[in-house]
Design a protein around this ligand. Structure first.
Ligand code: AMP
Ligand code: MG
Length: 284
Protein backbone atom coordinates (compact mmCIF):
# COMPACT_ATOMS: atom_id res chain seq x y z
CA UNK A 1 0.00 0.00 0.00
CA UNK A 2 1.23 3.49 -0.86
CA UNK A 3 2.64 5.29 2.16
CA UNK A 4 0.76 8.51 1.52
CA UNK A 5 -2.53 9.37 -0.11
CA UNK A 6 -0.56 11.53 -2.50
CA UNK A 7 1.24 8.45 -3.75
CA UNK A 8 -1.98 6.45 -3.96
CA UNK A 9 -3.89 9.07 -5.95
CA UNK A 10 -1.09 10.47 -8.10
CA UNK A 11 -2.10 10.47 -11.76
CA UNK A 12 -0.86 7.39 -13.58
CA UNK A 13 1.94 7.63 -16.12
CA UNK A 14 0.98 8.04 -19.77
CA UNK A 15 -1.04 6.69 -21.41
CA UNK A 16 -3.76 7.74 -18.95
CA UNK A 17 -6.93 5.68 -19.27
CA UNK A 18 -9.53 7.21 -16.98
CA UNK A 19 -11.92 4.33 -17.62
CA UNK A 20 -9.49 2.15 -15.67
CA UNK A 21 -9.91 4.31 -12.56
CA UNK A 22 -13.06 3.58 -10.56
CA UNK A 23 -14.99 6.74 -9.51
CA UNK A 24 -16.52 4.73 -6.64
CA UNK A 25 -13.21 3.57 -5.23
CA UNK A 26 -12.22 4.70 -1.71
CA UNK A 27 -8.44 4.17 -1.46
CA UNK A 28 -7.07 4.56 2.08
CA UNK A 29 -10.43 5.75 3.45
CA UNK A 30 -10.22 5.66 7.26
CA UNK A 31 -13.56 3.84 7.46
CA UNK A 32 -16.96 3.99 5.90
CA UNK A 33 -19.16 7.07 5.62
CA UNK A 34 -19.52 8.28 9.20
CA UNK A 35 -15.96 7.50 10.29
CA UNK A 36 -14.61 9.18 7.18
CA UNK A 37 -16.70 12.31 7.74
CA UNK A 38 -15.33 12.47 11.28
CA UNK A 39 -11.78 12.16 9.97
CA UNK A 40 -12.48 14.93 7.46
CA UNK A 41 -13.48 17.29 10.26
CA UNK A 42 -10.32 16.44 12.19
CA UNK A 43 -8.17 17.03 9.10
CA UNK A 44 -9.92 20.33 8.46
CA UNK A 45 -8.98 21.51 11.96
CA UNK A 46 -5.34 20.50 11.37
CA UNK A 47 -5.42 22.28 8.06
CA UNK A 48 -6.61 25.46 9.73
CA UNK A 49 -3.69 25.31 12.18
CA UNK A 50 -1.18 24.59 9.42
CA UNK A 51 -2.45 27.54 7.41
CA UNK A 52 -2.10 29.83 10.44
CA UNK A 53 1.51 28.77 10.69
CA UNK A 54 2.05 29.29 6.98
CA UNK A 55 0.61 32.79 7.34
CA UNK A 56 2.85 33.48 10.32
CA UNK A 57 5.85 32.23 8.36
CA UNK A 58 5.00 34.63 5.53
CA UNK A 59 5.01 37.60 7.92
CA UNK A 60 8.68 36.75 8.38
CA UNK A 61 9.31 37.12 4.65
CA UNK A 62 8.70 33.59 3.35
CA UNK A 63 6.97 33.38 -0.05
CA UNK A 64 5.52 29.94 0.51
CA UNK A 65 1.84 29.29 -0.24
CA UNK A 66 -0.31 26.47 -1.52
CA UNK A 67 -2.50 26.41 -4.60
CA UNK A 68 -5.19 23.75 -4.99
CA UNK A 69 -6.48 23.52 -8.55
CA UNK A 70 -9.86 21.79 -8.79
CA UNK A 71 -11.04 20.42 -12.09
CA UNK A 72 -13.84 18.02 -12.92
CA UNK A 73 -17.09 17.70 -14.81
CA UNK A 74 -20.20 19.51 -13.59
CA UNK A 75 -21.44 18.19 -10.22
CA UNK A 76 -18.10 16.49 -9.51
CA UNK A 77 -17.97 18.52 -6.29
CA UNK A 78 -15.54 21.37 -6.80
CA UNK A 79 -17.71 23.71 -4.75
CA UNK A 80 -18.44 21.04 -2.15
CA UNK A 81 -14.73 20.55 -1.56
CA UNK A 82 -14.20 24.25 -0.93
CA UNK A 83 -17.05 24.22 1.57
CA UNK A 84 -16.20 21.02 3.44
CA UNK A 85 -12.42 21.03 3.29
CA UNK A 86 -11.56 24.70 3.53
CA UNK A 87 -14.54 25.85 5.58
CA UNK A 88 -12.56 25.52 8.81
CA UNK A 89 -9.63 27.62 7.59
CA UNK A 90 -9.79 31.29 8.52
CA UNK A 91 -11.61 33.21 5.78
CA UNK A 92 -8.70 35.58 5.26
CA UNK A 93 -6.35 32.62 4.93
CA UNK A 94 -8.12 31.21 1.90
CA UNK A 95 -8.16 32.78 -1.52
CA UNK A 96 -10.86 30.93 -3.48
CA UNK A 97 -11.45 31.91 -7.09
CA UNK A 98 -14.02 30.51 -9.51
CA UNK A 99 -13.29 30.67 -13.22
CA UNK A 100 -16.36 30.81 -15.42
CA UNK A 101 -16.69 31.62 -19.08
CA UNK A 102 -14.22 34.41 -19.80
CA UNK A 103 -15.65 37.93 -19.76
CA UNK A 104 -15.10 40.22 -22.78
CA UNK A 105 -12.30 41.90 -20.84
CA UNK A 106 -10.62 38.58 -20.06
CA UNK A 107 -10.88 37.55 -23.69
CA UNK A 108 -8.83 40.57 -24.67
CA UNK A 109 -5.89 39.16 -22.72
CA UNK A 110 -3.87 35.95 -22.84
CA UNK A 111 -5.62 33.01 -21.19
CA UNK A 112 -3.22 33.13 -18.25
CA UNK A 113 -3.95 36.79 -17.48
CA UNK A 114 -6.88 36.19 -15.15
CA UNK A 115 -5.09 33.22 -13.59
CA UNK A 116 -1.91 35.12 -12.75
CA UNK A 117 -4.00 37.74 -10.95
CA UNK A 118 -5.58 35.02 -8.82
CA UNK A 119 -2.39 33.36 -7.57
CA UNK A 120 -2.52 33.31 -3.76
CA UNK A 121 -0.25 35.63 -1.79
CA UNK A 122 2.44 34.16 0.48
CA UNK A 123 0.91 32.48 3.54
CA UNK A 124 -2.39 31.71 1.85
CA UNK A 125 -4.12 28.60 0.61
CA UNK A 126 -5.44 29.40 -2.86
CA UNK A 127 -8.18 27.37 -4.49
CA UNK A 128 -9.12 27.48 -8.13
CA UNK A 129 -12.62 26.22 -8.91
CA UNK A 130 -11.84 25.54 -12.58
CA UNK A 131 -8.69 27.12 -13.88
CA UNK A 132 -6.37 27.66 -16.83
CA UNK A 133 -7.12 24.02 -17.68
CA UNK A 134 -10.50 25.06 -19.09
CA UNK A 135 -8.50 26.72 -21.86
CA UNK A 136 -7.12 23.39 -23.01
CA UNK A 137 -10.14 21.21 -22.06
CA UNK A 138 -13.31 23.00 -23.10
CA UNK A 139 -11.38 24.84 -25.81
CA UNK A 140 -10.37 21.54 -27.36
CA UNK A 141 -13.66 19.69 -26.86
CA UNK A 142 -15.81 22.54 -28.12
CA UNK A 143 -13.23 23.63 -30.70
CA UNK A 144 -13.06 27.15 -29.32
CA UNK A 145 -9.38 27.32 -30.28
CA UNK A 146 -7.27 25.86 -33.08
CA UNK A 147 -5.32 22.70 -32.18
CA UNK A 148 -2.00 24.60 -32.54
CA UNK A 149 -3.23 27.16 -30.05
CA UNK A 150 -4.12 24.44 -27.57
CA UNK A 151 -0.68 22.90 -28.11
CA UNK A 152 0.97 26.22 -27.37
CA UNK A 153 -1.14 26.67 -24.26
CA UNK A 154 0.08 23.34 -22.94
CA UNK A 155 3.65 24.55 -23.19
CA UNK A 156 2.72 27.85 -21.53
CA UNK A 157 0.94 26.02 -18.70
CA UNK A 158 3.95 23.85 -17.96
CA UNK A 159 6.22 26.91 -17.91
CA UNK A 160 3.77 28.90 -15.80
CA UNK A 161 3.43 26.18 -13.18
CA UNK A 162 7.20 25.67 -13.09
CA UNK A 163 7.59 29.38 -12.34
CA UNK A 164 4.97 29.25 -9.62
CA UNK A 165 6.88 26.44 -7.96
CA UNK A 166 10.09 28.48 -8.17
CA UNK A 167 8.27 31.36 -6.49
CA UNK A 168 7.25 29.34 -3.43
CA UNK A 169 3.86 28.10 -4.61
CA UNK A 170 3.18 24.44 -3.86
CA UNK A 171 0.71 23.48 -6.56
CA UNK A 172 -1.55 20.48 -6.32
CA UNK A 173 -4.01 19.72 -9.07
CA UNK A 174 -7.02 17.55 -8.42
CA UNK A 175 -9.21 15.93 -11.02
CA UNK A 176 -12.51 14.99 -9.38
CA UNK A 177 -13.38 11.80 -11.21
CA UNK A 178 -17.15 11.38 -11.31
CA UNK A 179 -19.04 8.80 -13.37
CA UNK A 180 -21.66 9.82 -15.96
CA UNK A 181 -24.24 7.81 -13.98
CA UNK A 182 -23.56 9.65 -10.77
CA UNK A 183 -23.57 12.96 -12.62
CA UNK A 184 -27.00 12.18 -14.03
CA UNK A 185 -28.33 11.50 -10.52
CA UNK A 186 -26.87 14.76 -9.26
CA UNK A 187 -28.25 16.79 -12.16
CA UNK A 188 -31.68 15.24 -11.67
CA UNK A 189 -31.48 16.05 -7.97
CA UNK A 190 -30.64 19.66 -8.84
CA UNK A 191 -33.71 19.90 -11.03
CA UNK A 192 -35.91 18.44 -8.31
CA UNK A 193 -34.64 20.73 -5.57
CA UNK A 194 -35.93 24.29 -5.94
CA UNK A 195 -33.14 25.48 -3.64
CA UNK A 196 -30.40 23.99 -5.83
CA UNK A 197 -32.02 24.50 -9.22
CA UNK A 198 -30.09 27.72 -9.82
CA UNK A 199 -26.94 25.60 -10.15
CA UNK A 200 -28.42 23.74 -13.11
CA UNK A 201 -27.32 24.92 -16.52
CA UNK A 202 -28.85 23.40 -19.68
CA UNK A 203 -25.35 23.41 -21.20
CA UNK A 204 -24.42 20.78 -18.59
CA UNK A 205 -26.66 18.36 -20.50
CA UNK A 206 -24.96 19.32 -23.77
CA UNK A 207 -21.60 18.61 -22.16
CA UNK A 208 -22.82 15.14 -21.18
CA UNK A 209 -23.19 14.34 -24.86
CA UNK A 210 -19.48 15.12 -25.18
CA UNK A 211 -18.51 12.93 -22.20
CA UNK A 212 -16.00 10.72 -24.09
CA UNK A 213 -14.35 13.80 -25.59
CA UNK A 214 -14.03 15.42 -22.17
CA UNK A 215 -12.58 12.24 -20.67
CA UNK A 216 -10.07 12.09 -23.48
CA UNK A 217 -9.22 15.78 -23.03
CA UNK A 218 -8.67 15.25 -19.30
CA UNK A 219 -6.46 12.24 -19.97
CA UNK A 220 -4.33 14.31 -22.35
CA UNK A 221 -4.14 17.18 -19.84
CA UNK A 222 -2.95 14.77 -17.14
CA UNK A 223 -0.40 13.23 -19.48
CA UNK A 224 0.96 16.56 -20.63
CA UNK A 225 1.05 18.53 -17.41
CA UNK A 226 1.66 16.13 -14.55
CA UNK A 227 5.01 16.97 -13.00
CA UNK A 228 6.67 16.82 -9.62
CA UNK A 229 6.53 20.63 -9.55
CA UNK A 230 2.75 20.58 -10.14
CA UNK A 231 1.39 17.06 -9.69
CA UNK A 232 -2.07 15.83 -10.68
CA UNK A 233 -4.15 13.66 -8.40
CA UNK A 234 -7.19 11.70 -9.52
CA UNK A 235 -9.77 11.68 -6.72
CA UNK A 236 -12.66 9.23 -7.10
CA UNK A 237 -15.68 11.49 -6.68
CA UNK A 238 -18.83 9.37 -6.84
CA UNK A 239 -18.92 9.29 -3.05
CA UNK A 240 -18.98 12.79 -1.67
CA UNK A 241 -17.72 11.77 1.77
CA UNK A 242 -14.68 10.08 0.23
CA UNK A 243 -14.02 12.98 -2.14
CA UNK A 244 -14.03 15.51 0.71
CA UNK A 245 -11.81 13.40 2.90
CA UNK A 246 -9.36 12.70 0.10
CA UNK A 247 -8.88 16.32 -0.92
CA UNK A 248 -8.56 17.40 2.71
CA UNK A 249 -5.99 14.70 3.32
CA UNK A 250 -4.01 15.64 0.21
CA UNK A 251 -3.85 19.20 1.47
CA UNK A 252 -3.00 18.17 5.00
CA UNK A 253 -0.18 15.93 3.79
CA UNK A 254 1.12 18.74 1.61
CA UNK A 255 1.11 21.36 4.35
CA UNK A 256 2.50 18.97 6.92
CA UNK A 257 5.44 18.29 4.64
CA UNK A 258 6.01 22.02 4.19
CA UNK A 259 6.43 22.31 7.96
CA UNK A 260 5.65 26.02 8.13
CA UNK A 261 7.85 27.65 10.73
CA UNK A 262 6.82 30.49 12.99
CA UNK A 263 9.12 33.45 12.40
CA UNK A 264 11.79 34.36 14.92
CA UNK A 265 10.97 37.80 16.34
CA UNK A 266 13.23 40.58 15.12
CA UNK A 267 12.97 42.23 18.55
CA UNK A 268 14.02 41.17 22.03
CA UNK A 269 11.27 39.34 23.94
CA UNK A 270 12.53 40.29 27.42
CA UNK A 271 12.91 43.90 26.46
CA UNK A 272 9.34 44.09 25.15
CA UNK A 273 8.00 42.31 28.23
CA UNK A 274 9.82 44.78 30.47
CA UNK A 275 8.38 47.68 28.53
CA UNK A 276 4.87 46.41 29.17
CA UNK A 277 5.47 45.56 32.81
CA UNK A 278 7.20 48.82 33.57
CA UNK A 279 4.74 50.95 31.69
CA UNK A 280 3.40 53.96 33.60
CA UNK A 281 -0.31 53.78 34.48
CA UNK A 282 -2.48 54.67 31.49
CA UNK A 283 -5.02 57.38 31.86
CA UNK A 284 -8.24 57.95 29.93
P1 AMP B 1 -19.90 26.23 -13.71
O1 AMP B 1 -18.54 25.95 -13.15
O2 AMP B 1 -20.77 25.02 -13.84
O3 AMP B 1 -20.58 27.36 -13.04
O4 AMP B 1 -19.73 26.71 -15.22
C1 AMP B 1 -18.70 27.48 -15.66
C2 AMP B 1 -18.65 27.27 -17.14
O5 AMP B 1 -17.65 28.13 -17.67
C3 AMP B 1 -18.28 25.85 -17.54
O6 AMP B 1 -19.14 25.41 -18.55
C4 AMP B 1 -16.86 26.00 -18.03
O7 AMP B 1 -16.52 25.06 -19.01
C5 AMP B 1 -16.90 27.41 -18.59
N1 AMP B 1 -15.55 27.96 -18.68
C6 AMP B 1 -14.71 28.22 -17.66
N2 AMP B 1 -13.53 28.68 -18.13
C7 AMP B 1 -13.64 28.70 -19.49
C8 AMP B 1 -12.77 29.08 -20.54
N3 AMP B 1 -11.55 29.53 -20.29
N4 AMP B 1 -13.23 28.98 -21.78
C9 AMP B 1 -14.48 28.53 -22.02
N5 AMP B 1 -15.35 28.16 -21.08
C10 AMP B 1 -14.94 28.25 -19.83
MG1 MG C 1 -21.95 24.12 -15.09
Amino acid sequence: MAASLRQALRAPAAPVVLADLDPRAIPQAPGHKEATKEATRADAAHLAELQRRLYAEATGGSRRRVLLVLQGMDTSGKGGVVEHVLGAVEPHGVHAVTFGRPTPEELRHSFLWRVRRAVPAPGMIGVFNRSHYEDVLVSWVRQLAEPEVVERRYREIVRFERRLADDGVTVLKVFLHVSPWEQKERLLARLDDSGARWKFDPSDVDDRALWPEYQRAYAVALERTDSDAAPWYVVPADRKWYRNWAVGRLLRETLTELQPRLPEPSWDVDEQRDRLLEEPPLTG
